[in-house]
Design a protein around this ligand. Structure first.
Ligand code: SF4
Length: 241
């Protein structure tokens, strides 16, 4: 069933400076007082202006595979088409932190406050990711209630634009979810607006279904290999259970 989820931006535990680290700042680099103050200011702006909201819908495997095929541009084989058939549940989602944050970033740039604009951009990306984590946790709770999540299971998110799911897949996914009702639209190049938005499928099942070798043709050009981190997390204590 399709539903809207609201998330309180103040409830999100956004790690101090995690955004900076994710931008490649080495762990040992000392963060100056000026940068700390800028970060705090950006964090306050995000909490004041962000209105994280998502539309979610659990779908059958057949429905999902039809949506997943999208515009017919996915790589074959791809990660999701191998994992999804082994899932206990597939929940589609589209989440946005709202337009106001993007407007503020633009306003700061127009006023040449580049440092704060840059910092707000980093914090908003991190905050949106935290909102997606909260949504994933809600998906776990829902799957538990409906008997589709057991000890040792995990829910992971997969998104168009990654790991063989072509970015044009956004079109069918967002159309199915009626994501425009929460303000998400697509550009001609299938990018979401507002910019601080995430969409995809939350796939629930035995933890091992999310383990795979990264030897797909498209992996050759992947610079981040983030699947290895996710799999390592699943193997360790950070797994969702
Ligand atoms: S190596 Fe990169 S492209 Fe390949 S599965 Fe992992 S994250 Fe996806």
């Amino acid at each position: 069933m399709r539903r809207i989820e609201n998330i309180d931006a103040h409830s999100l535990s956004i790690d101090q400076f995690a955004g900076l680290r994710n931008q490649g700042l080495p762990e040992k680099t000392k963060i100056t007082t000026t940068v700390k103050m800028l970060y705090e200011k950006a964090l306050a702006l995000f909490r004041e202006m962000a209105t994280p909201k998502a539309v979610v819908a659990e779908v059958s495997l057949e429905e999902f595979m039809d949506i997943y095929r999208g515009e017919g541009a996915n790589d074959v084989p791809s990660v999701v088409e191998i994992i999804a058939p082994k899932a206990r549940a597939v929940v589609l989602f589209a989440l946005t932190s709202g337009q106001e944050v993007s407007n503020e970033i633009k306003r700061l740039l127009d006023e040449k406050d580049v440092a704060l604009a840059y910092m707000l951009d980093i914090v908003a990306s991190e905050g949106t990711e935290k909102a997606a984590e909260e949504l994933t946790q809600r998906c776990v709770e829902l799957c538990k209630k409906t008997g589709k999540f057991f000890d040792g299971d995990a829910v992971l998110r997969y998104s168009p634009g990654y790991c063989g799911w072509h970015v044009s897949g956004q079109k069918k996914l967002l159309s199915f979810l009626h994501a425009n009702e929460i303000g998400i639209t697509l550009t001609e190049s299938f990018l979401m607006s507002p910019e601080k938005s995430i969409s995809g499928a939350m796939i629930a099942g035995e933890r091992k279904i999310h383990f795979f070798k990264n030897n797909f043709a498209f992996c050759k050009s992947c610079t981040h290999k983030s699947c290895r981190i996710r799999i390592r997390d699943l193997e360790g204590k950070n797994a969702r259970d």
